[in-house]
Design a protein around this ligand. Structure first.
Ligand code: RM4
Ligand code: MN
Ligand code: MN
Length: 429
């Protein structure tokens, strides 16, 4: 039996206020889609199956390198975080897995498993952290981790990743995501080739310990915290890594990890075409790795990414990339942001499912750019909210995510038992 944190009667009462309007909107959208030869129920069925993982660190209040302003009732530890994730899952019905970051979430694995199973939550990829020093660790990552110049530091970073795999095995995870902060701040500080060689050697040692049914995802990032060069700079480097490591190694695309205006949807297509697209960290950005809410700045770009994914999905039934959010919530209630972001990612998927693929490819072959791009715009301009809301409603979630969450008063309730953490410290979580 799944436990629900938000009283079911609150969700039902809020839904009752919206149900008649939702049914009318759903029917009218259904009619319009019917004219385009699309069955609304078929789209809803696909949307209902769509799952996106929530990062444990996303439910904490984030900050910048200047300051962190604590939020009311923020989670004190991983067990509070799991409860917050359960709220998101209950209302969205789209986020039934949580992704852990070690050592931030280190706890007795059996307790972790128990805590998640109360709410029927599973665990997504394990994330290692060799971009900051954990309390009491022997070697420092100040000058790098998997690619560090000195062997003991590299060894420590490798062992940390092996520990993440071990924890993951106990709690039922099947993937390890590796992002390193390694790079350099000054021209000449490192030898690019030597540094990359060391990284590859360390990554190979981790790969060798990966269980057969696991995947390793490596994440590229253009800059930050290293500001001149990073060892896994771009998707090309990432592709080389995945190729060097082997069949269980895939590239992970974090939307925020590219230069502004880079054509991310094309990167997605390239990696998938050559079998190395493993998954995503969804978020949005204006300038850099801003970690803003998915779909909040450039929803058309998110749609274009999903347009590629649906295109690949139609050609290859075995294509199942991992979907996860990776955001930092500095000025909003993280639960609200994550719920809306999950739904925006779902929205982009639903819109992409509406693209007339046959018409699109005919227009491409006929060298008719305007018709081709119109196919995309027609899909993108369709308000699919009734599909998303109906899918949530039928699964026991909330028609109105924000309204229901606020009506339940969850944040106020937890604020009574979770004291505010002192302000002033900076950092992502
Ligand atoms: C990094 C990267 C990683 C995430 C950390 C917290 O920028 O996106 O995925 O684990 O932030
Ligand atoms: Mn990321
Ligand atoms: Mn990032």
């Amino acid at each position: 039996m799944t436990e629900y944190i938000i009283d079911k009667s609150t969700v039902e009462a809020e839904n009752a206020k919206q149900e008649a309007n939702l049914r009318a909107d759903y029917d009218s959208l259904g009619e319009r889609l019917d004219r385009r030869g699309i069955s609304i129920d078929a789209i809803k069925a696909k949307v209902s199956q769509f799952n996106i993982a929530v990062p444990s660190w996303g439910v904490g209040t984030g900050g910048t390198r200047f300051a962190r302003f604590p939020g009311k009732g923020e989670p004190r530890d991983i067990f509070d975080k799991i409860e917050d994730c359960a709220v998101i899952a209950q209302l969205t019905q789209a986020t039934n897995t949580v992704s852990l970051h070690i050592p931030w979430d280190r706890a007795d694995p059996n307790r972790l498993k128990q805590a998640a199973s109360r709410f029927n939550l599973g665990f997504d990829a394990m994330n290692s952290n060799t971009f900051s020093d954990a309390k009491g660790q022997l070697q420092s990552y100040k000058y790098g981790s998997l690619s560090a110049a000195d062997a003991p530091t590299r060894q420590q970073a490798i062992e940390h990743n092996l520990e993440c795999i071990e924890i993951g095995k106990t709690i039922g995870s099947r993937a390890l995501t590796v992002w390193v902060g390694d790079g350099s701040n000054f021209p000449g500080q490192v030898n690019f080739a030597t540094q990359f060689e060391r990284y590859l050697d360390s990554a190979k040692a981790i790969y060798a310990a990966l269980p057969d049914d696991w995947r390793i995802y490596t994440e590229h990032k253009m800059y930050e915290p290293a500001f001149y060069s990073t060892v896994v700079q771009d998707w090309g480097t990432n592709y080389i890594i995945a190729k060097e490591l082997g069949d269980k190694a895939y590239c992970l695309v974090d939307l925020g990890h590219h230069a502004p205006n880079v054509n991310i949807e094309m990167i997605v297509s390239r990696l998938a075409q050559f079998g190395k697209l493993g998954g995503f960290h969804f978020n949005d950005s204006k300038y850099g790795d801003d970690d803003l809410d998915a779909g909040s700045i450039d929803p058309y770009r998110l749609f274009l990414v999903f347009n590629e994914l649906v295109d690949i999905e139609t050609r290859d039934a075995n294509f199942h990339p991992a979907h996860m959010l990776d955001q930092s919530h500095n000025v909003t209630d993280p639960i609200e942001s994550l719920m809306l972001s999950a739904s925006d990612v779902q929205r982009a998927y639903a819109q992409a499912l509406l693209v007339d693929r046959k018409g699109l490819s005919e227009a491409q072959d006929a060298n008719d750019p305007l018709t081709a791009t119109q196919h995309l715009r027609t899909a993108y301009r369709t308000d699919v909210e009734p599909i998303l809301a109906m899918s949530r409603f039928e699964k026991g979630g909330a028609i109105d995510l924000l309204g229901t969450y606020r009506a339940a008063g969850y944040r106020q309730k937890v604020a009574e038992i979770r004291p505010e953490v002192a302000a002033g410290s900076s950092g992502i979580v």
